[in-house]
Design a protein around this ligand. Sequence first.
Ligand SMILES: [Fe+2]
Ligand SMILES: [Fe+2]
Length: 241
Amino acid sequence: MSFNIEEVELEGDLLTLSTLKPGTRGKVTRIVAQGGKSMFTWGLCSDIYHDIIECLTAALEARDPYSKEHSSRVADMAYDLGRRLGLRGKELEKVHIAAHLHDIGKIGVPDQILQKPGKLLPHEWAAIRRHPEIGYNILSRSRRLEDIALLVLYHHERWDGKGYPKGLKGEAIPLGARIIGLCDAIDAMTSDRPYRPALSWRQCWEEVEANKALQFDAVVVEAAEALWPVWEKRWSSRKGA
Ligand SMILES: [Fe+2]
Ligand SMILES: [Fe+2]
């Protein structure tokens, strides 16, 4: 006997077909056998996958107070920007999740360096700059997170090739990593840091424009310009912006 397998939305009457509770997240797969008889299976993996991502992010936030909310804002911004650039479905979801996890590798950077208020010494900078590779090593333990691990690895690359860890240039940097790189920089600039106060959204835009085609992909910057009023309205009233 042959089967067609398709994924269907989890809503409405479908819930009466199984023991699922309304509001449960995940995917229901409809298996249609020859002759048209349908049965439904429930994929719990999706739910566990999202929960594990939230746990990993919470682990980093517990470790580094600055990371609290930073990852969520970068993830929201990356979602908007990815959508604006035409990403949809799984591709957009990967960018969003990678943005949530982009700094997960900071778990492997010593506290005295991560939370040092003053200027960092060269060897301390070197330790911080290892976080994309540490993040990649953590996430690439799961084959399912392979693409996300690569976006995390490349989130500090620069369009002009002067970034790290590999010094990739231009379109050799995956689009998702170029998106996350810009959103990360925007959130860092509009947040108070121990060594400087937050820039206004206006000042931040001037910095981003000045670094177009140097640090950032010009196409990604142009897409960000259209979203700027929305982001400014959403976040400019928060403490530290
Ligand atoms: Fe980072
Ligand atoms: Fe970051």
